[in-house]
Design a protein. Structure first.
Length: 438
């Protein structure tokens, strides 16, 4: 098995200071990894500039934010937002008067979708329109950003775009079966990928998750050239996912959530960073651990790899603060349920022969299976039922800790990154958290 390139040591310094510019290439929504980087940039005194995906009007036409929406978004970010719509993907794009990919998907039903065929010539025309729209908008946004970046300053571009699922009713039903179904409700992820619907979704994932990183690097070339010519530096980061090393049987081992359909696009995102790196551009994809976010909650079982973080905190010389985290987690469980009981269940889950078959780095991302769904989804439901409230889960607390740990790791490592693709595993995150709190 090939090995991920993991960040093992905590970076000790960074180059960013007051007068430098932090650019969030994506919009800040709710809980998620981007918050950690924004917090670090704010603490460093950087000027914070964000982008917006824009909004859709009643006819699905893309528009800028209204004055009220703009003010609310800037308050949420704590910085200026350039009001040029940067909605990625092409699912709602088309040449004037022609159907969009979403329109083409509308007739699909739960009975017919595996056999229904799409007009790929039309989809390619839509893709071309969407790509050109995004590139043109990125150029406009960077022209506006140029006036906000002083000569000689350092600029940190944080790419946060991901996703791309077309908004069609049939996919919601399919997703519920692929990511949440077991027994009679199980559905093969391979069935989706082999269908025209799945092929379109993968294309749109590539555009949103991976290609936009390249568009950002290209569109910001003039800014990058100017700051570098006047003594500053430019850095680019993006959020990847490609499995995580967690403590299993007393040692850190790579594991992954299956089936992560966006995995193909995340691998392409890594390729964008590698290509930029070869040209001397410091672009780094940080493959971050599984957490619960608004978008990841569809993936039932993705949260199971969070629980061993508690053991990692202790393993990495955690002190009183680590004990407090364990107690806070224990307090969320029903009376009579011990935290150790829960962790023992996770240990058994990770030792299950069905699960170990999917710890194959070279074959990632793998398709799901009925056996996997039974073990993973069943374990997820059983552990959720150990809590007092379904709205107050141990994984909420642990997700917040991962966000807190990854922010400074990414921010500081970006100053002098070790490579174009780096894994942030539970070992270095636990050490970072213990350092912050002990």
């Amino acid at each position: 098995m090939a090995a991920p390139t993991s960040l093992r040591d905590i970076p000790q310094s960074h180059i960013f200071r007051k007068g430098d510019v932090f650019v969030l290439f994506g919009e800040l929504f709710g809980r998620g990894y981007a918050n950690g980087l924004v917090n670090e940039a704010r603490a460093a005194g950087m000027t914070i500039v964000g982008m917006t995906v824009g909004r859709r009007d009643e006819n699905q036409k893309l528009r800028p934010l209204t004055a009220e929406e703009h003010a609310e978004a800037e308050a949420n970010l704590g910085g200026k937002i350039i009001n040029v719509p940067l909605m990625a993907g092409f699912d709602l794009d088309a040449p004037e008067g022609e159907p969009t990919p979403t329109d083409l998907l509308a007739p699909l039903t739960l009975k017919s979708w595996q056999d229904d065929k799409l007009d790929w010539a039309q989809i390619e025309r839509c893709r071309a329109v969407g790509v050109q729209r995004f590139k043109d908008s990125a150029a406009r946004a960077m022209a506006e950003l140029d006036g906000l970046v002083p000569d000689g300053s350092n600029v940190f571009f944080a790419h946060t775009m991901a996703g791309g699922i077309p908004k069609v009713k049939v996919f919601l039903a399919i997703a519920n079966r692929i990511y949440k179904g077991r027994g009679e409700r199980f559905m093969s992820s391979r069935a989706l990928l082999d269908s025209d619907l799945g092929k379109l979704i993968l294309m749109n994932f590539d555009e949103v998750t991976a290609n936009t990183f390249q568009y950002l690097i290209d569109a910001s070339a003039a800014i990058r050239g100017r700051v570098e010519a006047t003594g500053g530096q430019a850095r680019y980061t993006a959020y990847g996912y490609h499995g995580t090393e967690i403590l299993i049987d007393g040692r850190y081992q790579w594991q992954t959530y299956t089936n992560y359909t966006q995995g193909y696009a995340k691998k392409r995102l890594e390729d964008v960073a590698k290509a930029a790196w070869e040209k001397g551009i410091k672009a780094t994809v940080f493959n971050c651990p599984e957490i619960r976010t608004n978008s990841s909650d569809i993936f039932v079982g993705v949260e199971l790899s969070l629980f061993p973080l508690l053991n990692a905190l202790k393993h990495e010389n955690g002190g009183a603060w680590a004990d407090v985290q364990r107690q806070a987690c224990a307090d969320l469980l029903k009376d009579g349920v011990s935290l150790q009981d829960l962790l023992d269940q996770i240990e058994s889950y990770n030792a299950d022969g069905v699960i170990t078959e999917f710890r194959d780095f070279d074959r990632w991302p793998m398709d799901n299976s009925p056996e996997l769904a039974e073990v993973m989804i069943g374990t997820s439901e059983a552990i959720t039922n150990l809590h007092k409230e379904r709205t107050a889960l141990v994984t909420d607390l642990l997700s917040a800790l991962v966000l807190e740990g990854t922010g400074p790791l990414m921010f500081r490592e970006a100053a002098n990154p070790a490579g174009p693709v780096l894994w942030l595993n539970h070992d270095v995150i636990a050490r970072q958290l213990n350092q912050l709190h002990n």
